[in-house]
Design a protein around this ligand. Structure first.
Ligand SMILES: CC(=O)N[C@H](C=O)[C@@H](O)[C@H](O)[C@H](O)COP(=O)(O)O
Length: 228
């Protein structure tokens, strides 16, 4: 197994907030300069890192912020769609991502590769890997395959995980007790109190997306609140 690059920039994430600066297909915010400005705002507010979709946006963000950029490349919206192949992962490293986030659920990947192949390729290219998982077993397996961080990103979205409106803090605690790498709480963290609870549950860092960077989704919540 190719050894991972030196510990930096992982140490800078400990106990800190990571802001996911993404917008879904069709959303008016899905515009490279807009997303870069979101990332700059996140940095100005104290984020330790930003999580950014697609190589073009990653490259523009890397040029605009001083914090580490976690790159992912969503391709499709079913099965393995977060950085599904080695090609996607290496494009993110080429774009300047310090950390590549990728699906580590163990489902079949479109290029027939394994998560371990992706880890080896990213490490050889000089970056780190954040494993997006849905279950404890997937997190264990991802860490055994060389992931540098394990994130609860896919809990509630991939098979075998509970559907819920709250963050999966049970999974955070279970992972923290089972793997030697930092555990990231990600998915449906909607308030500062929930973020703090995630750290207390054993997370090393917390990712917040929708609650900070998604005005369309947040507006819908208020509109629904007025209608009820
Ligand atoms: C499941 C999936 O595809 N999650 C994606 C991963 O990058 C993003 O759409 C989420 O916004 C991100 O994980 C942050 O979560 P939340 O927006 O709930 O704070």
């Amino acid at each position: 197994m190719t050894p991972p690059p030196s510990a930096s920039p992982l140490a800078a994430l400990t106990g800190r907030l990571i802001v996911s600066c993404q917008a879904p297909p069709g959303d008016p915010m899905r515009h490279s300069d807009t997303l870069v400005r979101m990332a700059r705002s996140a940095q100005a507010g104290g984020a330790a890192a930003v999580r950014v979709n697609e190589p073009e946006v990653v490259a523009a963000t890397v040029a605009a912020v001083d914090v580490p950029v976690i790159g992912l490349w969503k391709d499709g919206d079913t099965g393995v769609y977060i950085t599904p192949s080695v090609r996607h992962a290496l494009a993110l490293v080429d774009a300047g991502a310090a950390i590549v986030a990728a699906d580590a659920t163990g489902r079949p990947r479109p290029d027939g590769s394994t998560f371990a192949d992706l880890v080896a390729a990213v490490h050889a290219a000089g970056a780190h890997v954040m494993a997006d998982v849905a279950t404890l077993d997937e997190g264990r397996e991802a860490a055994a395959q060389g992931a540098d961080l394990v994130s609860t990103t896919l809990s509630g979205y991939a098979p075998g995980s509970p559907r819920q409106t709250l963050p999966d803090l049970r999974l955070v605690t279970d992972l923290a007790g089972a793997v030697d790498v930092p555990v990231v709480a990600e998915g449906r963290v909607a308030t500062p109190e929930q973020a703090a609870a995630a750290l207390a549950a054993g997370a090393s860092s917390v990712v917040v997306g929708t609650a900070i960077t998604a005005p369309t989704a947040l507006t819908r919540l208020f509109v629904a609140g007025l209608a009820s």
